[in-house]
Each structure stands twice: as structure tokens, then as C-alpha cells.
Write a protein that binds this ligand. Structure first.
Ligand code: SF4
Ligand code: SF4
Length: 352
């Protein structure tokens, strides 16, 4: 049999990606809690397993180097990081988790480090890793609010002077491939938000998608353009002036501390895992954990946001009227039309 004819005709739809293989070097050793690494194991669209096993054809083969999930240990785990720093690995994406400590304020010692420098036998700090790896990375991705904007560790009064990736590298920083820093905030990052962004970057590296669209805070636009309130299913209560006075009611919780109307996040619309869970949609105030101003600009969390006083009072003034008008209409819509009966005369209005 002719070997060429043994190849299915449908193979014509397959194209080799522009980049055959990609390494994802994931540093979890910033000032962080590894919550984002844990979070992405809950993703389903795509799952981490889908990406690693190449469930979507036509994309680069992915080699993930994340210490929470790696088979390798110790020096063996660190080998690709050292190889990349020496310039021996040029096809890698760097993911950073945790805030970047300010090591300039240390006289000796270090705030956070990963591995040991073979030459000096000193721990390699996170800024040193960034200095070695970012000039060679195809893309640099911040996973979670700490890596993106500093987050909870960069709170007022912290001793480390820590910051996010763009504060360290510069907001106009570009990779060798021309990509800006890609920020995927969230504390932790919503599982599918991160995996979707990673998937987009794989499409882009494969040559199958245009430049990733980011907003002014370097967040993927399709995920962070809208507010929490835009996607909250309690917004109907808000609009009708129904505000909860205590936790546990199905009404809008703005008066209990929800910052949803001014926070960019899709969690209530998307749910947490497989559409289940979230924040204000299921009764937990939005504390603005995706925002560059988090947490200081939102504290104390359980007090009503200042802007909410005015807007909720205004809405309350007409919400009651709208509610009673809707109730009236609703009760008529809950009644069937009068021609649906089993009497012997047709009353639908039909005529021959
Ligand atoms: S609970 Fe928060 S996000 Fe939801 S409607 Fe009320 S203010 Fe908006
Ligand atoms: S809804 Fe608010 S608290 Fe919940 S993940 Fe989004 S920003 Fe964070």
C-alpha cells in the first residue's frame, strides 16, 4: 500500500505551531502563599492536565516547572532555571507568584530566595532571578495580585518594601518577543482566568492569535473589563433598593462592605470552579482583591464603602416604587390568559 495514501485526508487541517515547545518557568518564591499555584489545579477550561497533555492540537508542547507540582526535587528542579539564566533555554515563559521584595533595603541577608548560586554559594534572591531571566523570557506573567501589584504583602506598614512585577521592571517593559508584562490578578487568581490567559499566550506563541489585549493595568481585557457589580446576580436587588442589613439574606450586600460596583473582576459572573461559588453573588462582600489598590484602599473590609452611602440612598428613594410596580406586573404575568380552559366553546379569538 502506498504509504502516502495511509495518511488520513483530514491531516491537512493540522499545522505545526510556530514554536514547537515551550517551558514555563514558575517562580513561587516571591512573598506569597502558593495560593495561585493551588488555585489553578481547580481549572477546567482548560485544566492544567489538558495543557500539559496537549489536549488542544496545534499548540506548542508545554513543559511546566512549578515547584508545587513538579516531579523533580532540589537541584534537579532548578536546572532549567539555571540553564535559562545562562542563555541555554530561549523558549520559555516566566510566571511569577508572590510579591517582589525590595532587597536594596537589606544590609545583609535576604527577604526571599530560590536556590543557591553555584559560584557564591549564596541564596539567589527573587530580584536576582528576575534580572537574570526576564531579559530572555518570551513573556512574563504575574500570577495573582501579589505578583501583579504587590498585594496584601505590600500593605502599608510592611517591612519588606515589596512590590509587583511592573513596579520592579517598569510598566512599559517588553519581552524579547515584544509582549508587555501580562498581569492576571486575584487573591488567589480565579482558576480558569489564569489558565485561559496561559492558553491565549500559547495560541499567540503558536502564531494563531494576535497580541494579547491588555488594559492599562496590564490585565487581559476580556476578563477584567467589566465590574463585579456588572456580573453580580444581586444587582437586581440593588437596583430595587433591597439592601441586606445582616449576612445570610439573598439581597445586595453593599451596606455590609461590598465594593463590587467599582472593582474589575469577573468572579460573580464566572463562579469559582465550574460556575459554582464566587463572592457577592453567594453572600461574601467583594473586598477588591484583584485591584492594584488592594488591600489598603478597601479596608476596613466590613464597613460600607463611602460611595455606596450616596448611591444606595438615591436608589432607595425610587427603588420601592419600581418594586411595587413590578410586583403588580409580575402578578398579572403569573396568571394564564383566560382562553385556556376546557369549556365547550372556543374563546381564543380564532375564526375560520
Ligand atoms: S452585592 Fe455587591 S456586586 Fe452584588 S449587587 Fe450588591 S453591590 Fe453590586
Ligand atoms: S469578586 Fe471581589 S473579592 Fe471576589 S475575587 Fe473578585 S475582586 Fe476578589
Amino acid at each position: 500500500m502506498d504509504p502516502a495514501s495511509a495518511i488520513p485526508y483530514g491531516r491537512k487541517t493540522q499545522r505545526a505551531p510556530a514554536l514547537q515547545e515551550v517551558h514555563i518557568l514558575w517562580i513561587t518564591a516571591g512573598l506569597g502563599c502558593d495560593g495561585d499555584s493551588v488555585s489553578i489545579t481547580a481549572a477546567t477550561q482548560p485544566s492544567i492536565e489538558d495543557v500539559l497533555l496537549g489536549a488542544i492540537p496545534g499548540l506548542p508542547k508545554v513543559h511546566l516547572h512549578n515547584p508545587v507540582l513538579a516531579y523533580e526535587n532540589g537541584d534537579e528542579f532548578l536546572a532549567p532555571f539555571h540553564a535559562a539564566a545562562r542563555g541555554e533555554l530561549d523558549n520559555f515563559v516566566l510566571v511569577v507568584e508572590g510579591s517582589i521584595p525590595n532587597e536594596k533595603i537589606n544590609r545583609e541577608g535576604y527577604w526571599a530566595a530560590m536556590g543557591t548560586d553555584p559560584k557564591t554559594q549564596e541564596p539567589i534572591t527573587i530580584p536576582q532571578w528576575l534580572d537574570r531571566l526576564t531579559p530572555r523570557a518570551l513573556a512574563v506573567v504575574g500570577a495573582g495580585t501579589c505578583a501583579t501589584y504587590g498585594g496584601i504583602h505590600a500593605m502599608q506598614g510592611n517591612p519588606t518594601g515589596c512590590m509587583g512585577l511592573a513596579d520592579y521592571l517598569g510598566w512599559n517593559w517588553k519581552s524579547v518577543a515584544g509582549l508587555p508584562i501580562v498581569n492576571v490578578p486575584g487573591c488567589p487568581v480565579q482558576p480558569d482566568n489564569f489558565m485561559e490567559t496561559l492558553l491565549y499566550l500559547l495560541y499567540q506563541l503558536a502564531g494563531l492569535a494576535p497580541m494579547i489585549p491588555l488594559d492599562g493595568a496590564l490585565r487581559p481585557k476580556w476578563l477584567f473589563q467589566r465590574t463585579v457589580h456588572d456580573g453580580c446576580d444581586r444587582a437586581g436587588s440593588y437596583e430595587q433598593g433591597l439592601f441586606a442589613k445582616e449576612y445570610g439574606t439573598p439581597n445586595c450586600i453593599v451596606k455590609l462592605g461590598c465594593w463590587g460596583p467599582v472593582v474589575n473582576c469577573n468572579v460573580p459572573k464566572r463562579g469559582w470552579i465550574n460556575g459554582v461559588g464566587g463572592c457577592p453573588n453567594v453572600g461574601g462582600i467583594c473586598i477588591g482583591c484583584t485591584m492594584p489598590g488592594f488591600p489598603d484602599k478597601f479596608m476596613p473590609f466590613m464597613e460600607q464603602p463611602p460611595g455606596a452611602v450616596l448611591s444606595s440612598n438615591l436608589i432607595r428613594s425610587y427603588g420601592g416604587l419600581i418594586r411595587s410596580l413590578r410586583k403588580l406586573t409580575n402578578s398579572t404575568l403569573n396568571e394564564e390568559p383566560k382562553w385556556r380552559h376546557n369549556r365547550s366553546r372556543l374563546t381564543t379569538g380564532y375564526s375560520r
